[in-house]
Design a protein around this ligand. Structure first.
Ligand code: HMG
Ligand code: MG
Length: 299
C-alpha cells in the first residue's frame, strides 16, 4: 500500500544553494525560505554550519538565521558536522540539526576530512549535546546507492552506518543517493538491509538526486515500502560540491505532481511553489531542470 500523507523535507535552500557557483545574497535566501513556507512546506532545511572555506556558498549561515522570518509551524533544520558547527547553530537559536555521515570511506575523507570511523567519533558528542539541549537530530547517510570513487556500495554497509546513527540518538535517518545512480530494485535492497539490521522504515527518510532520472521512481518504491518522509529541492536545485557527478535533488514540484496523482496528502500549493522556482531560476540566471516547473510555468 501507499501512505495517506507524506512529509516533504525541503532541502533547496541548503542542498540546492550549496552547489551554486555564484553567491546568492542573504536577502534572496530569506525570500526563498519565506516563499517556500508560503507554498505550504513545513520543513525547510535552511543552511549549514560547516567550515566557510569548505562551502563558501553557505558562509552566511549566522547572518541568514538572524534575518530569517520563522513562520508558525515551520521547522528550519540546519546541517552541523562537528561541535564547532553545533556551537554556531545553538548560538543562532536553531531547534533541529542534521549531521551527515558517509557510508563509504572515500567520501568520508573527501567531504569531512575524516575516515569512516573518525566521522562517527566526530558526530558522537554533537548528537549527545544536541539531544541534551533539547534539539531534534536527523542523521544523513550519503553514498547509499553508489560512490563515484568506490563504485558499488553494499546495502549492509549502509544499514550499519544507519544503525550507528540511530544508536547515537538520531531520530530520523535520511538515506542519500548522493550521485543519483540508484534504481527502484536497489531501493528495496537497501530498505531490506536496514530492516534486517534493526532500523525500521518508520525512522527512515529518502534523499534522491536525479542525475539519472530515477529519483521519482525510487521515491515511489520507497513509499510502497512505508517511507513517509521524502527529501526534495524546489525546482530541482542542488548537488554536492564534494561528490563528482552529483546533480540536483528530486524536484519538489515533480514529487508534488506524483503525490497529487496518487491522492497522497502533502500540504503544498503547487502553483505558488512553481512561481517560487521560476523566480529563483531568474535569480540564478538559468532555467529550472524540473519537468513539472517547465510544464506549469507561464511561457
Ligand atoms: P577540517 O579541516 O578537518 O576541520 O574540516 P578541523 O576540525 O581540523 O578544524 C580546522 C579549523 O576549522 C579550526 O579552526 C576550526 O575551528 C574550524 P582553527 O582552530 O584552525 O582556527 N572549523 C569550523 N569553523 C566554522 N564552522 C565549523 C567548523 N569546523 C571546524 N563547523 C569539516 C572538517 C567537517 C569542518 C569540513 O570537512 C567541512 O566543513 N565539511 C563540510 C562539507 C559539506 O558541507 N558538504 C556538503 C554537505 S553533505 C551533502 O551535501 C550530502 C547530503 O545532501 C546527502 C546526500 O546527498 O547524500 C547531506
Ligand atoms: Mg544531497
Amino acid at each position: 500500500g501507499l501512505p495517506e500523507r507524506v512529509t516533504i523535507y525541503e532541502v533547496g535552500a541548503r542542498d540546492g544553494l550549496q552547489n551554486e557557483s555564484g553567491t546568492v545574497p542573504v536577502g534572496v535566501k530569506v525570500e526563498f525560505l519565506d516563499r517556500l513556507a508560503a507554498a505550504g512546506l513545513r520543513v525547510l532545511e535552511a543552511t549549514s554550519f560547516v567550515h566557510p572555506r569548505w562551502v563558501p556558498q553557505l558562509a552566511d549561515a549566522t547572518e541568514l538565521l538572524a534575518a530569517l522570518h520563522r513562520a508558525d509551524g515551520v521547522d528550519y533544520p540546519v546541517l552541523v558536522p562537528n561541535e564547532r558547527g553545533l556551537d554556531r547553530a545553538l548560538h543562532a537559536g536553531v531547534a533541529h540539526v542534521a549531521i551527515f555521515a558517509s557510508a563509504t570511506e572515500t567520501f568520508a575523507r573527501r567531504n569531512l576530512n575524516r575516515s569512516l570511523d573518525e566521522q562517527f567519533a566526530m558526530f558522537e558528542p554533537v548528537v549527545r549535546r544536541a539531544v541534551e539541549e533539547g534539539l531534534r537530530v536527523r542523521g544523513y547517510v550519503s553514498m547509499c546507492f553508489g560512490d563515484p570513487w568506490e563504485g558499488a556500495v553494499a546495502p549492509a554497509q549502509v544499514a550499519a552506518a544507519s544503525r550507528r546513527l540511530v544508536e547515537m540518538g538520531c531520530e530520523q535517518i535520511s538515506l542519500g543517493d548522493t550521485i543519483g545512480v540508484g534504481t527502484p530494485g536497489h531501493v528495496d535492497a537497501v530498505l531490506d538491509a536496514c530492516a534486517t539490521d534493526g532500523t525500521g522504515v518508520d525512522r527512515l527518510a529518502v534523499h534522491f538526486h536525479d542525475t539519472y532520472g530515477q529519483a521519482l521512481s525510487n521515491t515511489l518504491a520507497a513509499l510502497r515500502r512505508g517511507v513517509t518522509t521524502v527529501d526534495a529541492s524546489a525546482g530541482g536545485l542542488g548537488g554536492c560540491p564534494y561528490a563528482e557527478s552529483a546533480t540536483g535533488n528530486l524536484a519538489t514540484e515533480d514529487l508534488v505532481w506524483m503525490l497529487d496523482g496518487l491522492g497522497i496528502e502533502h500540504g503544498v500549493h503547487l502553483p505558488t511553489l512553481v512561481d517560487t522556482s521560476v523566480w529563483m531560476a531568474q535569480m540564478l540566471g538559468r532555467p529550472s531542470p524540473s519537468r513539472v516547473v517547465r510544464a506549469l510555468a507561464d511561457p
